[in-house]
Design a binder for this molecule. Structure first.
Ligand SMILES: Cc1ncc(COP(=O)(O)O)c(C=O)c1O
Length: 380
C-alpha cells in the first residue's frame, strides 16, 4: 500500500496549464487577470456581491474585523474548538476572544452559549463551519440580528457545504475561505473574503493595500494599513481548481462515504453530521469516540500510529492552549461540551489521493484499537 497522507490536493494538467499561462501572460497587460476573474466568479457562485482574495484566510478575517472597527477593549465571540486562525485576528486587534461552547451534534457554535456570553462589549460573532459541518445558522443569525452584532462566517473548511439550501459562505456580513494546501480548493496559501456591503467592501479594499484607494492618486496613502494583496499565480491555481470544484467536492464526499461504510458496524461512533436540510462537503472526516469506548484522542492517535496509520487530534479547546494562558478554568466551566468532545475526537486522513484500500486500512485500524480495548475488558 502507498503511504497515507493526512492532506494534499488534486492537481491536474488544467491547473498546470493555467499557472503556466499566468507565468507567460500575467505581467504587463494583465498583472491581476486571474485575481480579478477568480474573485468575480467566486463571488457570483456564492451569490455575493464582492470577493477579495487575500494571502490566506487568517488575513481575510483580520481585514473584516478591522473594517468593522473591532479594537482594544472589545469582545468577539468565537467557538472553543476551531483552528486558532479563527481567533488570532481578534488578538491582533487587541480585542478579547470570548470562547463559546460547541453543539454535541455538529461540533459548531452552540447558540445558547453565544446568547449567554453577549455583553455590551461584544462587537462581532465569528461562526465556524467546522470540518464542513454547518451550525444552527438560523438561530445564530437571529441572535446576531436581535442584538445588532455582526456575524462573520469562517467558512475556511466548508466550501460547497449547504444549510437549508443555502451555501456556506452566504451567512452574515462577510464570510471567509481558506485555500491552504490542505484545503478542498487550494492555492498553496490563499484565502478569500466575500461580502455584499458596499462600504465594508471599500474599507477592506483600502485596508488590503497600504491604505490606497483603488483608482486614487498614485502613491497617495490615506492611512497606515496592511499589505494583504494576493498574487496572480496563486489566483491562477485557485481559478483552475475552482473550475473543477464539483469534482473536488465529490472526491471529498466519496472519501467520507468510504469511512462511513468502513465504520458502519462499529457502535457508539460519531462522524461529521449532515447539516439541517443540507449537504456536508466534508473537508475532513472526524470521528468522536462514544464514551463506552473509553478512548481518548491521545490514546487513539498513539495506537493508530503504532499500526502505521496517521491521524490528527480534534482541535484542542482554544482556552486550554498555552497561546491563551489563564483561560482554561473559565473554558472548562463555560464550555463543557467542547472539552468533552475534543478529548474523544480525532481527524482522519483527508488527502485527495486516498484510495479505498487506504481508507479501509484506517477503518480496520480503528476497529482494531477499539476491540483491543474491549478484549482487555473481557479478560478482566
Ligand atoms: C476554521 C479555519 N479558520 C481559519 C483558517 C485559516 O486559514 P489560513 O491558513 O488560510 O490562514 C483555517 C485553516 O486551516 C481554518 O481551518
Amino acid at each position: 500500500m502507498d503511504p497515507i497522507y493526512m492532506a494534499g490536493p488534486w492537481i491536474t494538467e488544467k491547473e498546470i496549464e493555467t499557472v503556466l499561462d499566468a507565468m507567460r501572460t500575467g505581467w504587463y497587460e494583465k498583472p491581476y487577470y486571474y485575481v480579478e476573474t477568480f474573485q468575480k466568479e467566486f463571488a457570483a457562485w456564492h451569490g455575493r456581491k464582492y470577493a477579495l482574495m487575500t494571502p490566506n484566510c487568517t488575513t481575510a478575517i483580520h481585514l473584516l474585523l478591522t473594517a468593522l472597527g473591532v479594537g482594544e477593549g472589545d469582545e468577539v465571540i468565537v467557538p472553543e474548538c476551531t483552528w486558532i486562525a479563527s481567533a488570532a485576528p481578534i488578538n491582533y486587534q487587541r480585542a478579547t476572544p470570548v470562547f463559546c461552547d460547541i453543539d454535541p451534534k455538529h461540533w459548531c457554535l452552540d447558540p445558547e452559549s453565544v446568547e449567554r456570553r453577549i455583553t455590551s462589549k461584544t462587537k462581532a460573532i465569528i461562526v465556524v463551519d467546522l470540518f464542513g459541518n454547518m451550525p444552527y445558522m438560523d438561530e445564530l443569525v437571529a441572535i446576531s440580528e436581535r442584538h445588532g452584532i455582526p456575524l462573520i462566517e469562517d467558512a475556511a473548511e466548508s466550501l460547497g457545504s449547504t444549510y437549508k439550501g443555502r451555501k456556506a459562505g452566504t451567512f452574515g456580513i462577510g464570510s471567509t475561505f481558506s485555500f491552504h494546501r490542505t484545503k478542498t480548493l487550494t492555492t498553496g496559501e490563499g484565502g478569500m473574503l466575500i461580502l455584499d456591503d458596499d462600504h465594508l467592501f471599500e474599507r477592506c479594499t483600502i485596508l488590503r493595500d497600504h491604505g490606497r484607494r483603488p483608482g486614487g492618486k498614485m502613491y497617495f496613502n490615506e492611512e497606515v494599513t496592511y499589505k494583504y494583496m494576493p498574487f496572480n499565480l496563486q489566483a491562477a491555481l485557485g481559478y483552475a481548481q475552482f473550475k473543477r470544484l464539483d469534482e473536488l467536492i465529490a472526491r471529498k464526499r466519496e472519501i467520507y462515504e468510504w469511512y462511513r461504510e468502513g465504520l458502519a458496524g462499529v457502535e457508539d461512533l460519531q462522524l461529521n453530521a449532515e447539516p439541517e436540510n443540507g449537504f456536508n462537503s466534508v473537508w475532513i472526516t472526524a470521528v468522536v469516540f462514544g464514551k463506552s469506548h473509553e478512548m481518548t484522542k491521545a490514546s487513539a492517535m498513539e495506537k493508530l500510529q503504532a499500526l502505521g496509520l496517521p491521524s490528527r487530534p480534534f482541535f484542542y479547546p482554544l482556552s486550554s492552549l498555552p497561546a491563551y494562558p489563564g483561560r482554561e478554568e473559565e473554558g472548562r466551566r463555560m464550555n463543557p461540551n467542547a472539552y468533552d468532545i475534543s478529548d474523544r475526537g480525532i481527524n482522519l486522513p483527508c488527502a485527495m489521493n486516498l484510495t479505498r484500500e487506504q481508507t479501509d486500512a484506517i477503518c480496520d485500524g480503528i476497529k482494531t484499537i477499539l476491540s483491543v480495548k474491549s478484549a482487555a475488558a473481557g479478560v478482566r
